[in-house]
Write a protein that binds this ligand. Structure first.
Ligand SMILES: [Zn+2]
Ligand SMILES: [Zn+2]
Length: 300
């Protein structure tokens, strides 16, 4: 693992990493190339304006790989998810004190099954089992909404600790042990996950804290993996998969929130493409840039 440069998988140094080599070895040249050119390849310029305070800036439009293992793209993605999802969560109160621990509100739920021997199977198993769990009568009556992400970590002996973190909108969920019987919530989960699970319910400080807590599990670094080969497999498997899954009252399209200026006003953007005339920017790419402006621009 020593040859893996962890912090910045891009540029020429990236082509010398073990991750890059392994991606090529398993035939994922496109992914390796995408990581390599992230942040390079200037395609045009973007002009940013605030019509409230007069802030304006001209900056370049760079290629973005959009991988969660890329620190730059992860940070941008995280900011976007925060901006879009916070207004949804803010519509509901949190369950945050020991006085209303029994009450209705947003909570933090973690479900960890036993370690898996295969990463891909583990991810699939958790996804399916959680759907079964959410459809159980006891759970259906108590959980009204969920936003979850699945976190995978590799353990000794190349097994995988894969677990699910969720923000849930729920009534009280019974975690009380009575007469040597497992708590109701654990029994419900074990039925759906067909095996032993560990469950943890936490109170959240506020909506933003809850989202930040969830999002921190999305990023991954090489030290979460035993070998560069496993790291490469993880990168390939999680590429283009939804990092965040939501359901019930949180379901539905997220309204894109406008990007705010530091002054509180809103920023507007305009583009100029094809600075690099050797390569044509397709219509699709142009639309993509416009739609995902937050991906190419860091708000002040
Ligand atoms: Zn402003
Ligand atoms: Zn990137």
């Amino acid at each position: 693992m020593s040859s893996l440069s962890s912090k910045s998988p891009k540029g020429t140094s990236f082509t010398h990493t073990a991750l890059y080599q392994h991606l090529h070895d398993i035939g994922e040249d496109k992914i390796a190339y995408s990581l390599e050119k992230c942040g390079q390849n200037q395609r045009g310029i973007i002009m940013v304006n605030c019509n409230n305070c007069g802030y304006n800036r001209v900056t370049t439009l760079d290629y973005r790989c959009n991988f969660s293992i890329c620190p730059n793209c992860y940070r941008k993605r995280k900011n976007r998810i925060l901006r879009d999802y916070l207004p949804i969560l803010n519509q509901y109160k949190i369950c945050n004190s020991h006085n209303n621990v029994m009450g209705y509100g947003l909570r933090f739920l973690t479900i960890s099954p036993k370690n898996y021997s295969c990463m891909e199977e583990g991810f699939e198993h958790i996804r399916k089992s959680f759907q079964k769990f959410i459809r159980r009568k006891y759970i259906q009556e108590r959980i009204d909404g969920y936003i979850y992400c699945i976190e995978g970590k590799q353990k000794e002996g190349r097994t995988w600790n894969i677990h699910l973190h969720a923000i849930i909108l729920s009534k009280f969920l019974d975690m009380i042990k009575r007469n040597n019987e497992k708590p109701r919530l654990i029994r419900e989960a074990e039925e759906s996950f067909s095996g032993d699970v560990h469950i943890d319910i936490k109170l959240c400080r506020n909506q933003e804290h809850a989202l930040n807590y969830l999002l921190k599990y999305i990023s991954k670094e090489e030290n979460c993996f035993q070998t560069a080969e496993d790291y490469a497999r993880y990168v390939v498997y999680t590429h283009n998969k939804n990092l965040i899954v939501k359901g019930k009252v949180f379901r539905g399209k997220v309204a894109k929130q406008p990007i705010k200026c530091r002054c509180g006003g809103y920023l507007t953007f305009s583009f100029e493409f094809e600075i690099d005339i050797r390569k044509e920017v397709s219509d699709k790419a142009q639309r993509d840039y416009r739609e995902r402006v937050d991906f190419y621009y860091d708000p002040p």
